[in-house]
Ligand binder design. Sequence first.
Ligand SMILES: [Zn+2]
Length: 250
Amino acid sequence: MVPSSSNPGDPSSSSTSPSGSENLSAFHRFLRKAQLVSGIGVTAEERTKDLEELNIRRCEKMKKELIDTSPLLVFMLKHLRLSGCQVPEQNIVCVPCASPFTSAASTNSASNPHPSETQLHAGAYLPFPHGAIKLCAGHFFSKQHVESTIAHELVHMFDECRFKVDWQNLRHHACSEIRANNLSGDCKYTREMRRGIISFTKQHQACVRRRAITSVAANPACPSPAHAERAVNEVWDSCFADTRPFDEIY
Ligand SMILES: [Zn+2]
């Protein structure tokens, strides 16, 4: 027989043990979890909210650990600081995003030069007003994915800090996307495998180019994918070779 969830204070069932109420509340937590997992006795809204909260907690935990321990992120954050652009931890935020295939509803195109970033990186760099990185909690398949997503957006931040990027200028945007995809780990071989793309020849460059074109094409200032491709081609050589603040590709 299981304790009744409607009568947690029943003396016959729990008060004889000093830890009875503790056990009961643990049981209620378990029961609640089981309800949320199974969907029995809870509404769809409650399940969605619970999942969102869980994803945000996981995302925040991974973010905190990575900021402290990832050599890639520690390096990027140090160079941002040295360039005069300190990035407080609270400026990197985990938020629920509507779907992996749409931008967050709270993002507006006036404040975000490339609002469809979410589609590609599960994150976005929001330059205004103080420079923040949005991470789409729930869109990550591993801690390494969180790491490369933060690194990608930190490269955009670094470019904005050092080079005063005009995000409406497609060549500027293309250059920053090439660098971000090149330097962040977005185009590591294993990541491409996960996307179902297997190519041993120039895989890395092809990935950087493809993702840069897609991001620039999503810029509201970009008239067509052909314009995005042209912008990427025009700046490719100099921007692919520009690995600052790294000496070489991480
Ligand atoms: Zn980007």
